[in-house]
Write a protein that binds this ligand. Sequence first.
Ligand code: GLU
Length: 473
Amino acid sequence: MTVVTRFAPSPTGFLHVGGAHTALFNWLFARHNGGKFLLRIEDTDRARSTEEAVKAILDGLTWLGLDWDGEVISQFSRVARHAEVARQMVAAGKAYPCYCTPEELTAMREQAAAEGRFTGYDGRWRDRDPSEAPAGVAPAIRLKAPREGETVIDDLIQGTVRVANDQMDDMVLLRADGTPTYMLAVVVDDHDMEVTHAVRGDDHFTNAFRQTQIYNAMGWQPPIFAHMPLIHGPDGKKLSKRHGAVAVGNYADMGFLPEAMRNYLLRLGWSHGDDEIIGTEQAIEWFGFEGVLRSPARFDMAKLTNLNGHYIRQAEDRRLVGLTLPRLRDSLGADFAEGTEDRLLAGMAALKERAKTLVDLADSAAFYVRRRPLPVDAAAAALLDAQARDMLAQIRRQLASVTAWKAENLEAVARAHAEGAGLKLGKVAQPIRAALTGATVSPPIFAVMEILGSEETLGRLDDVVKGIGHSEA
Ligand code: GLU
């Protein structure tokens, strides 16, 4: 049997972290089993299903690296098939037309509630002859659900759960206007797509019982269900906008790498011993529903951020340059010195050691590609007093005569200067750092000087010595 999973989002305008979590688990299970991962957009709500809303989902999945097999399937495009199945069920005596008006249904429910009875549909059209149909009324089609016995689900995560059939009423399959209900559409689509495993949030667990009744009525084999605990916010409530960003695209903007997000979403509600860092290949190898934790996991930004730092350190320098440059161009605007991009590549190995996000990385890299004169932050400005500027003027002269512009030679100049003046190296290096980077923290400063090159280094020192430039303080 080829494993077939699917992700079936409704377009809400963005890919929710919870949706991404569901998609990831479906994807991993399919890839682990050499199966297929299908994508179905549940776009029957036409008002919400705009092209942009669908694109936002595809973009989110693509960014996360969750590639789907085959074409994207539109649920809406299949309404004729859904209706056909409903009619087949009527023909087979498994479903029937119901001519109740909405008012009648409301009155029925209110009366049942007042009498403390089951408020579901009471089956009043279940056994009536079609000849009794009122003229000119279009019927809804309802499932002739079993009245006795129970519906059982062997869920890979929730275990075996039984619901007595007298707790479920005859659900509508096709509305009077001919449109399918969600329950019918999901079942018909999953069947036709030959889905073997329906993996989704446990907010759909109760639906699975009704859906199983439809499968049984059609004589179809239901998929194996796996209902995953939902993701909660730090306060233990279902993750929502109240907790901060919930769209995957926001995390991309905030400078998270897709592999970090994948690793984090995997660990959210799934474990493999004490392993925290689980790369994608490893995840595919290890994935199974045995590892799913039964209780909801809490979204922990600090953990995600730490993982991201790990993946940034692992990432290739050239890729990080590609991810950082557009951010720098955006944030620096006219202050971006075109033609300085190669400095980023040279400096990346050191820069990435300290960054937790691409935003940090771009911030800490900005001094490499800024146009002179550099802004100087308050702490750095405090180091650049008159005495320090005198010292920098002397060092600038000594540096100007260095012929091989290499970190070790530049460091030798600074050391010689420090020794001559009876200072510790740091007392010399810190003002140099402040002048060249505008900050008090940076990668090793002599390596920075080498990357900036002699002309830029001397120019930046000149700016400070001459008091050119502005302080952010
Ligand atoms: N469209 C549903 C949702 O977005 C998913 C239905 C399913 O996975 O069966 O929650």
